[in-house]
Design a protein around this ligand. Structure first.
Ligand code: PRP
Length: 183
């Protein structure tokens, strides 16, 4: 795997060092699944995956939980001209499930600034779920995250793979890598 990819508009660079291996993701996901299984005994949580980044983690996490769950997805998009999250998000795809009185577990690939999750929590809380918690695979150092379940704290590098993209590429990589832009 050379890591070299070119396309119009794609930031020049390459797949850098492997930050978290596929085996480490599998092991940590199993641990999170065990905790969620224990915490939600007697309930049937609704896992809410935030597209697109969370799709790999969502499917592996759901299979690591050993109680019945339901799954649904939302897609949101940041507004504005900035490549950084503004915290103002537009719903691109809403839930199909009525979450009133449901135990909602939001599943995210990464918490960066935390603004997306803050907005989502406010939005979903207004729908009066029985409970709402967050499970995030990655949380960047310094992020404002109130996640009950966290896979890995990571440094503030730009990361790709296992669902995380750069300009829609690299999501299919089985592990998490740092993206190394050309100097
Ligand atoms: C990413 C990620 C989170 C959000 C985190 O989504 O999946 O939803 O950014 O950033 P924040 O904590 O600074 O708000 P992105 O908008 O890149 O969409 P994607 O999941 O489709 O790649």
């Amino acid at each position: 795997m050379s890591g070299e990819r070119t396309a119009p508009g794609l930031p020049a660079g390459r797949i850098g060092k492997e930050l978290i291996t596929a085996d480490e993701i599998t092991a940590r996901t199993a641990e999170l699944g065990d905790r969620i299984t224990a915490d939600y005994q007697g309930r049937r949580p609704l896992l809410v995956g935030v597209l697109k980044g969370a799709v790999m983690f969502m499917s592996d996490l759901a299979r690591a939980i050993r109680i019945p769950v339901e799954i649904d997805f939302m897609a949101v998009s940041s507004y504005g001209e900035s490549t950084q999250s503004s915290g103002v998000v537009r719903i691109v795809k809403d839930l199909e499930t009525d979450i009133r009185d449901r135990h909602v577990l939001i599943v995210e690939d990464i918490v960066d600034s935390g603004l997306t999750l803050r907005y989502l929590c406010e939005l979903l809380t207004a729908r009066q779920p029985a409970s709402i918690e967050i499970c995030a695979l990655l949380v960047k150092d310094g992020a404002q995250a109130d996640a009950r379940y966290v896979g890995f704290p990571i440094p503030p590098d730009f990361v790709i793979g296992y669902g995380l993209d750069l300009a829609e590429l690299y999501r299919e990589l089985p592990s998490i890598h740092v993206f190394e832009p050309d100097a």
